[in-house]
Design a protein around this ligand. Structure first.
Ligand SMILES: [Ca+2]
Length: 153
């Protein structure tokens, strides 16, 4: 009985650790995300996420993408901009989409016809609210709400 109670207590401790995200962040799988309320250009969005204890969300897998796009679809009405910024740009080499630190994107879920580099000016990665939050390249100067990922947890 004692060992059963210990086991139950352990489950709660582990669950408590797993379910805690920094204030303002929302847990999806093993990571924590937040959509900032203010709109920024893509470079400013990187800074804003850092200030908020994180970085622009780096989507690494199909599982992460589907958790994120599902959550964003649920809270779409509360997000001021139609799309949100996430990590990824091809501003260094056209067509080579990278996370900061020159890490190639390991997963991409482009909307139909994207990336189209419209007017040769679209080098930053957004998740498009009218397209189930699939990827779209946009001009980096456009101001959108950033999707941040917490540095801790
Ligand atoms: Ca585009």
């Amino acid at each position: 009985m004692a060992s059963f109670q210990t086991a139950v207590a352990l489950v709660f401790v582990v669950f408590g650790v797993v379910s805690s995200c920094p204030e303002g962040y929302h847990r999806l799988g093993s990571k924590c995300y937040a959509v900032l309320r203010e709109e920024f250009s893509w470079p400013e969005a990187q800074t804003a996420c850092r200030t908020f204890g994180g970085f622009l969300a780096e989507i690494r897998s199909s599982e992460e993408y589907h958790l994120i796009s599902g959550w964003l679809s649920q809270i779409k009405a509360t997000i001021p901009s139609v799309s949100v910024w996430s990590s990824g740009s091809d501003m260094l080499i056209e067509g080579q989409w990278m996370h900061p630190g020159s890490t190639r994107l390991t997963y991409a879920h482009w909307a139909h016809g994207q990336p189209n580099n419209h007017n040769h000016k679209e080098h930053c990665l957004s998740l498009w609210g009218n397209g189930h939050y699939q990827y779209n390249d946009l001009a980096c100067s456009i101001e959108l709400n950033p999707l941040c990922q917490s540095r801790s947890g």
